[in-house]
Design a protein around this ligand. Structure first.
Ligand code: HAM
Length: 415
């Protein structure tokens, strides 16, 4: 008889197993607290969207749209795509639901799965999760600064190590177009030293040369003109205002004119947080301003800014936190004891707000104590023919308890 081949999770995906589920939930809890305090509302958009949304929103010349989307036809013949990022969907929802009629800015946050067909490696997956925020309807520099500081606070509270912030401005699309022409000329004059990839995109998107890790390209771009030196006065002023707010908040950052992002919708502010604790995929989170995106998707002219951070990367960059075990009380049964009594007791403990589990695999009392210890239980309640007994798993001390009421009082007090 041939044995069936063991099935595995698809390449670039992973299972979230204990204790990671708990760590992820803790991180989402920190994010929820920070966003609540800053007036951001949770939002959810579909996991798949019309392909056109990303082609128009993220940009035809980006790696994401050109080669990283999970796109397929549904049974009705429509081209749909698993979302590679969250901003386009949120802006679509803003336009679709006429959210420009609400008091502005509309501040939203989200967490969920995203999909990119990338070569898997440490910290880079084909299904990953992001926490993200978008603030729509205001171009005030305080929005940019607030968003940046929210991500900084999230990374700090999550315990991410070696975090650095790079900041720049991409100006207006017009300034960028003029600059692109200048940069293209500069690069073209040195074409033979560039990577094939950068050369192939010289026409469509010369700024991507700054993203390259090809040594020849890197040395060419070192001497290239910088967009930061070509900004229109109002864009420079916007950047200076963002920087002043970050300075007031005591945030460290590096102004870096070589910062380019892998999405086409950015205008003015762009930023990226990296962590030294990560390998090649050092970007933990990034974002920026996208003042033309809602309009590009058919909505009214609406400024916007936001960021997204990879949940897996934040956790990889953080010290493992010693999250407490699932339930502090374990109800053990003496041999021959009726499990119904234990079951009812567990329900009473839980109703009183105490985490409780019971023996459910037919172990001996000794086996149950060992199991409770492995589960990280703080106390074991022993249900037997005589009185209930409470065992402190840290000290090993055991004491009799009159009745269930006393048990609950005692455990609640000791807690
Ligand atoms: P992004 O820089 O493409 O921006 O992605 C944000 C973060 O998602 C990255 O910094 C990284 O932590 C994580 N990430 C991206 N791709 C992967 C992957 N393949 N595996 C694991 N983690 C990954 C955006 O997505 C924009 N929507 C951010 C934004 C919001 N801009 C304005 N608003």
């Amino acid at each position: 008889m041939s044995r069936a081949e063991k099935l595995r999770a698809p390449r670039g995906t992973f299972d979230i197993l204990p204790p990671d589920g708990r760590r992820r939930r803790e991180l989402a809890g920190i994010a929820a607290e920070l966003f609540d305090a800053a007036g951001y509302e949770p939002v959810e958009t579909p996991i798949f969207e019309d392909t056109d949304l990303f082609a128009r929103g993220v940009g035809e010349t980006t790696d994401i749209v050109q080669k990283e989307m999970f796109t397929f036809e549904d049974a009705g013949g429509r081209s749909i795509t698993l979302r590679p990022e969250g901003t386009a969907g949120v802006c679509r929802a803003y336009a679709e639901h006429g959210m420009h009629k609400l008091a502005q800015p509309v501040k939203l946050w989200y967490a969920g799965p995203y999909f990119r067909y990338e070569a898997p490696q440490a910290g880079r997956f084909r299904q990953f999760s992001q926490i993200g925020a978008e603030a729509l309807g205001s171009d005030d520099p305080s929005i940019d600064a607030e968003l940046i500081l929210l991500l900084r606070d999230l990374l700090e509270r999550a315990g991410a190590r070696g975090v650095r912030l790079r900041l720049s401005s991409l100006g207006t699309p017009e300034a960028r177009r003029a600059y692109s022409g200048e940069l293209r000329e500069y690069l073209r004059a040195r074409e033979s030293e560039l990577s094939d990839d950068v050369r192939a995109r010289l026409d469509a998107n010369p700024l991507r040369a700054f993203d390259s890790d090809h040594p020849g390209t890197r040395s060419v771009v070192e001497g290239a003109p910088r967009l930061l030196d070509r900004l229109a006065p109002e864009d420079s002023e916007h950047l200076v205002a963002v920087c002043a707010l970050l300075d007031d908040a005591g945030a460290d950052y590096e102004l870096d004119g070589t910062l380019v992002r892998g999405l086409d919708y950015y205008t003015r502010t762009v930023f990226e947080f990296t962590s030294d604790a990560l390998g090649a995929q050092s970007g933990v989170g990034g974002g920026g301003r996208y003042d033309g995106l809602v309009e590009q998707l058919g909505g009214p002219a609406t400024p916007g800014a936001g960021w997204a951070a990879g949940i897996e990367r934040i956790l990889l960059a953080s010290e493992r936190s010693g999250a407490p075990g699932p339930a502090p009380v374990f109800v053990a049964l003496e041999e021959g004891e009726d499990a119904r009594r234990g079951f009812a007791l567990v329900r009473r403990l839980r109703a009183a707000g105490l985490g409780a589990e019971m023996e459910q695999a037919g172990r001996s009392l000794k086996g149950q104590l060992k199991h409770a210890d492995r589960r990280g239980a703080r106390w074991v309640v022993i249900v037997g023919s005589g009185e209930l007994a409470l065992r402190d798993m840290t000290s090993g001390e055991q004491r009799p308890l009159g009745d269930e009421g006393q048990l609950i009082r005692t455990v609640t007090e000791l807690r």
